[in-house]
Design a protein around this ligand. Structure first.
Ligand code: A2R
Length: 328
């Protein structure tokens, strides 16, 4: 070995709110692909044990606990994922959604502001923030006017606005994301692709009548595999410009009907479809499709996993979880 040589310290990444769907995928990505030293938080009482991360309990509603954790770990990169992330739960419990998604996020930003050094932080918002899209506004660029159509979307829009104010006012290396629908194995069946795949697996295994209950099938959404999404987050935290917002999506809206047809087509079971009034949300947004030019230009990211692969793996996940390992 030649001298002098430089010993490079591994970068430390902290994921706040890693107990959900995206967290474990982000741990894998940061550890395996970007060779980071990964720290992760979850809510007390929930399960998260991952061989590649040191896990801590944290409620973002406690700013004191947040500050203490940040001082102890001193991360180079912070990913703020913690949220009440369900649109339907937000309709039922707006106050709790506002507490976690707005007050909790401001706690995170404020704790970072008080640090004696400048970590880079990525705050995760949602494509739902754009809300009611007018003709000619699709694909949706980051400059599009926000017209949130539900409570969850409004809290995320607020998080984004406060985030860009904090970044500029306090010179924080903070980037914001608007993540469009992400899907993949392990997602809760509150979300449409996972819901349809679970119902299909249950039908295949004789655990349910051969009917899939659906909501609004005409809505068009932009779906991206969760493994592509977390790669985008890693690139953004390293290469994004402070104070800027980036769309993360596929750039292709698909009708929920087409998703359903794809899932049913992957099964040999005879499946009927029935509209369920409980699954139709009070306000629905007809088309959501991301313009991903900005993230592509600044980080080189684009999604690489096809929707067919994601759906097949999500269906297989439910087939295995439900127990029978039944295939076509
Ligand atoms: O509600 P739980 O037990 O599922 O916990 C969620 C957690 N969380 C919190 N963490 C700390 N302090 C809180 N007060 C608090 N309230 C909830 O944040 C859950 O483990 C995590 C968020 O994970 P998911 O809901 O599964 O979201 P996902 O799909 O991982 O999406 C990550 C981010 C979220 O900000 C979404 O709104 C956005 O991407 O689309």
């Amino acid at each position: 070995m030649e001298f002098p040589f430089v010993v490079k310290r591994m970068k430390k990444a902290l994921i706040i709110g890693a107990g959900g769907f995206v967290g474990s995928y982000l741990i894998d990505c940061l550890h395996d692909e970007f060779h980071m030293d990964v720290y992760a938080t979850k809510l007390k009482g929930t399960e998260l044990s991952h061989p590649s991360a040191q896990v801590y309990d944290l409620d973002i509603l406690s700013k004191e606990d947040l500050v203490e954790l940040l001082y102890n770990i001193r991360p180079d990169y912070i990913f703020h994922l913690a949220a009440q992330s369900s649109v339907s739960v937000a309709w039922k419990n707006p106050m709790m959604t506002i507490d976690v998604n707005i007050k909790g996020s401001v706690n995170v930003m404020d704790a970072v502001r008080e640090l004696y050094y400048k970590p880079r932080i990525l705050v995760i918002g949602s494509g739902e923030e754009y809300g009611h899209i007018k003709e000619g506004e699709t694909p949706i660029s980051e400059e599009t006017v926000l017209r949130p159509g539900n409570i969850y979307a409004a809290t995320k829009a607020c998080q984004n606005m406060i985030g860009s104010i904090y970044a500029k006012a306090y010179d924080i290396e903070m980037m914001m994301v608007r993540a469009f629908n992400h899907v993949g194995p392990g997602q809760a069946p509150l979300f449409v692709v996972s819901d349809f795949c679970k119902q299909t697996a249950e039908i295949e295994q004789g655990l349910k009548e051969p009917v899939i209950h659906v909501g609004n099938l005409s809505a068009r959404r932009d779906f991206t595999d969760v493994r592509d999404v977390v790669r985008a987050y890693a690139l953004l935290v390293m290469k994004g410009t402070a104070g800027e917002t980036y769309n993360v999506g596929s750039g292709n809206a698909m009708a929920i009907q087409d998703i359903l047809d794809m899932i049913v087509g992957m099964s040999s079971a005879d499946i009927a479809v029935e509209i369920d009034k409980n699954k139709i949300r009070p306000v629905d947004v007809p088309v959501i499709e991301a313009d991903i030019t900005k993230i592509n230009r600044e980080t080189g990211w684009k999604p690489v996993i096809s929707i067919e692969q994601t759906i097949r793996e999500t269906l297989d996940y439910w087939r295995t979880k439900i127990g029978g390992n039944v295939h076509e």
